[in-house]
Design a protein around this ligand. Structure first.
Ligand code: GMT
Length: 379
């Protein structure tokens, strides 16, 4: 198959899922074309089946807001026509689904019907998409997609709840390439972070309010009173300075390191003992899955799709978002006994195996075929 993938090229979850999906499909012999404004962060390898088409928006002085969506739609028209794509798969509804719809209409004038599959990732529905500024366009472009997937059951129900959706939404959960995450922990790295054998607690995110990164610091400040430990804060974003200030206020600076954005996240996770994800909303929680794939148990909120991933009392614990006390208690419970910690670690890895790329990728492949066949039948 020839597949076009549209996504955000950043470190965000939707971009990571889209890029890893494209790489996996290319490995299985499909030709994959990424169409986006920058080389996707994880598109770090050469393969004869992978192509990258950059969307550039001209910065004419009249434009206070350069019309990216139009540039994307035009690029999609070209790539579909000249590369003869079979299907377009757009990740994150805004503005990708509406740009794909526009491209689809233009392509009809060339006698081409391009099936469009839209994958909903979370904030495109729960935060941004629901905003009246975007809602009519998001509703329309979801309804006009030939196939729609959501990354969790919870996101699927929320989409039906918030929008007037006419089509079926298929749940295809996120995934990880377990091979990439099965690293042996580097002892020298562990020693550098935790020289006296302290436990290593980790959080990765884009430091947006929805992630409640301040709760991570507050949980850690309670935890460290009972368990000698270090906290690694990976990523960057608007809440970082506030979190750094909070560390100073709570007197935990010496035990917290802000590492900024990191490519080799698996190296950090492989030396870690516990992952904290206290998010207010999380459609799936890919970062938690990456941690679990590295044998790291998770203490998280029970928001959104997290209970579909993190099994309470088995792979970690779930608490209401904002329950700093409860999350600290559970973190201490996991870390205070090495035998117990080992059990949680093993369980985390076992659970992560349910989301291995080799299991999930065929679900997308089959869905593309199903959508293409459905359209042929209609024609
Ligand atoms: O969580 C973010 O801030 C990034 C966002 C994105 O669109 O990249 O993540 C969303 O999609 C991920 C991949 O499907 C999910 O794992 C995240 O749970 C989801 N984030 C939220 O729902 C807040």
């Amino acid at each position: 198959m020839k597949i076009g993938i549209v996504c955000y090229p950043t470190f965000g979850g939707s971009g990571v899922v889209a890029t890893e999906l494209g790489k996996g499909l290319a490995d299985r012999g499909h030709q994959v074309h990424f169409i986006t404004y920058n080389q996707p962060a994880r598109l770090d390898l050469f393969s004869e089946n992978l192509f990258y088409h950059e969307v550039s928006v001209s910065n004419y002085p009249l434009f206070d807001f350069p019309p990216y969506e139009l540039a994307l739609a035009s690029r999609l028209v070209d790539v579909v026509r000249f590369e003869k794509l079979d299907v377009l798969h757009v990740h994150y509804a805004i503005p990708h689904a509406s740009a794909a719809f526009m491209a689809k209409q233009i392509l009809l004038t060339y006698g081409i019907y391009i099936p469009v599959v839209t994958t909903l990732h979370g904030t495109d529905i729960t935060l941004v998409g629901r905003d009246p500024t975007f809602k009519p366009v998001v509703t329309f472009s979801i309804n006009k997609s030939d196939g729609v997937t959501a990354v969790s059951e919870h996101l699927r129900s929320e989409t039906y709840e918030y929008f007037d959706i006419e089509n079926d939404i298929r749940v295809i959960p996120n995934f990880i390439d377990l091979k990439r995450f099965s690293l042996k922990a580097k002892d020298h790295f562990k020693k550098a972070i935790a020289p006296s054998g302290e436990k290593i607690v980790v959080h990765t995110s884009n430091f947006r309010k929805v992630k409640r990164t301040d709760d991570v610091i507050k949980i850690f400040a309670k935890l460290i009173k009972k368990i000698p430990s270090k906290l690694l804060m990976v990523g960057d974003g608007p809440e970082r300075s506030y979190c750094e200030q909070l560390c100073r206020d709570l007197g935990v600076c010496d035990d917290v390191r802000f590492l900024g954005k990191q490519d080799a996240i698996e190296e950090i996770l492989s030396v870690s003992d516990l992952f904290l994800m206290p998010s207010e909303s999380e459609s799936f929680g890919l970062a938690a899955l990456e941690a679990m794939a590295c044998k790291v148990p998770v203490v998280s909120s029970n928001a959104g799709g997290l209970p579909e991933l993190n099994i309470d009392g088995i792979t970690g614990f779930l608490k209401d978002f904002g329950d700093v006390e409860g999350m600290a208690e559970k973190a201490i419970y996991i870390l205070e006994d090495d035998e117990r910690l080992q059990l949680f670690k093993n369980n985390a890895l076992e659970r992560a195996k349910d989301f291995d790329l080799v299991r999930i990728l065929p679900l997308y492949e089959n869905y593309y075929i199903e959508v293409i066949e459905r359209i042929k039948e209609k024609a």
